[in-house]
Write a protein that binds this ligand. Structure first.
Ligand SMILES: [Zn+2]
Length: 537
């Protein structure tokens, strides 16, 4: 079996791993790269394999950094089956067209700007039509059932406890008269988190591809973060300000609603009458999907709902569907709690609420989720004094809080526990889905505490895996695309001139990232040009 990493390798986003086994090509996830201009560019890069040659895709969960390049894959020729859980399919039905809509609107906005500057019109990464076409390829399977993909390959998906429908994927392969088992963790959930079950324990594997998001951090306990949120809300209301919560539409929004329901309904609650707005069409639709998948939730949530207390329905909870309803929130007097997407503030209605509240001393912005490098959310969280929103400079005078403990990811302790539960130690763990420090720290802990050999995945690196041994192999490259070469050259030209102009002063982390990316592009370009030369001569 050959395994190659094409995303979330050395980074958190863009999950995409290719398996080649028994004459078949199987993808594990096809996620968007997220976090600023560099990530956007990576999304536009050609795939390093030919999508039309991929036989199937197994999707761990609906988060866009795992599913968001599926429409592009389909646009570029993928026609295979997409195997996933029922709730993941339901969530993808709303999330992929939503992602496509964002792509279309961004392209339109850029082109309007570009046209005035005399630039060539660029097409969106993919369209709503591409997203809809990809939904036709979905094939759902149930948790805990072994499914035969062909005579030599079987899979089973297990509840990962991360978001509704999230899965850990177990894959068995018969090859050269020996059986081999690979486990792909997807994203591993947080133990004892509201709504979701604990992540499934897997006891056996030869090889594991494992996420590392919080490989270097421990979460604060649930009680503390709930009380912290309550304090923030109470203080902000006393000042007559609004509480703005940028939140991922799926899972985090529902988790916050679950907690607000609890806080509002406690006997001495001082926030009982404060209106709570869920201002994101995606979050509203996702909440409906959560309500329809009761059996997938943990016991606490199930019994609460059975006892007649629907956590997604409480006094003064308002779902704002239209953009007029959304705009009306900002002209209201008195305090409100506004939960809006996107979670990293890069798109969506949250940007309007930030524009209307960041400059107000009495308001609060509360981050309850991961903020990737180079996103608007990260800049606000990191304490910048002002930010640009819709072309306007907005000074930040509101209180800015970050409650780290809200996470649908296991922390360092949770990840180690998950690994230590293997009764048969994996021969090798490949670490993906993490920033550098998280990957490095988890890597040494796995070695020292669990005694498991591991490897931090590198983009484009391939491994040949068998029951008894593994080895690195050279990467086969997809056919060279000449348009891609030109666009890579243009990217290098424009980015390098920006980087050069910054070089006189001290290089920021962002500049460094930019330069590293340029180096990557240059290396890729060198290989591509050599290949092209060979091809032509
Ligand atoms: Zn996820």
């Amino acid at each position: 079996m050959k395994l190659t990493f094409y995303g979330a390798a050395g980074t958190v986003t863009g999950s995409c791993h290719l398996l080649e086994v028994d004459g078949k090509k199987i993808l594990l996830d096809a996620g968007l790269f997220q976090g600023g201009a560099e990530a956007d560019k990576m999304n536009f890069n050609q795939f390093e394999f030919n999508p039309s040659e991929v036989d199937m895709l197994i999707l761990s969960h609906a988060h866009i950094d795992h599913s968001g390049r599926i429409p592009l894959l389909v646009k570029r020729g993928f026609k295979g089956e997409i195997i996933t859980s029922v709730p993941t399919y339901e969530l993808c039905k709303i999330m992929l067209p939503d992602s496509a809509y964002i792509q279309e609107s961004e392209a339109e906005w850029n082109n309007r700007k570009g046209k005035r500057a005399g630039k060539r019109v660029k097409e969106p990464l993919y369209t709503v039509r591409d997203a809809e076409a990809s939904l036709n390829l979905f094939h759902t399977v149930e948790y805990n059932k072994i499914i035969k993909l062909d005579s030599n390959i079987s899979i089973r998906i297990r509840d990962a406890g991360h978001i509704l429908g999230s899965s850990i994927i177990e894959l068995w392969v018969r090859e050269n008269n020996e059986e081999l088992k690979l486990v792909y963790s997807g994203d591993i959930g947080n133990k004892d988190a509201p709504i979701m079950n604990n992540p499934s324990i897997i006891e056996e594997a030869d090889y594991v591809i494992m996420e590392s998001t919080y490989g270097d951090r421990l979460h604060k306990n649930v009680q503390n973060k709930t009380l912290f949120l309550l304090d923030i809300i109470t203080d902000t209301i006393e000042r007559n300000g609004n509480v703005i919560i940028p939140s991922f539409a799926v899972e985090r929004t529902q988790e916050i609603l679950f907690i607000l329901n609890m806080l509002k309904e406690s006997k001495s609650s001082r926030i009982k009458d404060v209106p709570v707005y869920v201002d994101s069409p995606l979050a509203i639709n996702a909440t409906k999907i959560f309500q329809s998948f009761l059996p997938y939730m943990d016991e606490d949530a199930q019994s609460l709902i059975k006892d007649g207390d629907d956590p997604f329905d409480f006094h003064n909870l308002i779902f704002t569907h239209t953009s007029d309803e959304s705009k009306a929130i900002n002209s209201k007097t008195g305090s409100s709690i506004i939960i809006s997407a996107s979670g990293m503030c890069e798109a969506g209605r949250i940007k309007h609420h930030l524009k209307h509240n960041l400059w107000r001393e009495e308001s609060s912005v509360v981050f309850v989720g991961y903020q990737a490098k180079n996103t608007l959310g990260r800049r606000i969280k990191d304490g910048e004094k002002s930010v640009k929103i819709f072309g306007e400079e907005i000074s930040i005078r509101s209180s800015v809080y970050s409650i780290e403990g809200f996470s649908d990811h296991a922390d360092q302790k949770g990840l180690l526990e998950w690994v230590k539960a293997y009764k048969k130690k994996p021969k090798k763990i490949f670490l993906v889905h993490g920033e550098e420090t998280a990957l490095k720290e988890l890597s040494s802990l796995l070695e020292e505490e669990a005694g498991i050999s591991n490897e931090i995945a590198v983009f484009g690196q391939a491994f040949e895996l068998s029951a008894n041994s593994y080895r690195r192999v050279a990467v086969e490259r997809a056919e060279i695309n000449k348009d891609n070469l030109l666009s890579t050259l243009n990217t290098i030209k424009s980015d390098f001139s920006v980087a050069l102009s910054n070089m006189e002063s001290r290089l920021s982390e962002e500049d460094n990232t930019k330069l590293d990316y340029l180096l990557y592009l240059l290396e890729k370009l060198q290989v591509d040009i050599c290949e092209l030369k060979k091809e032509i001569s």
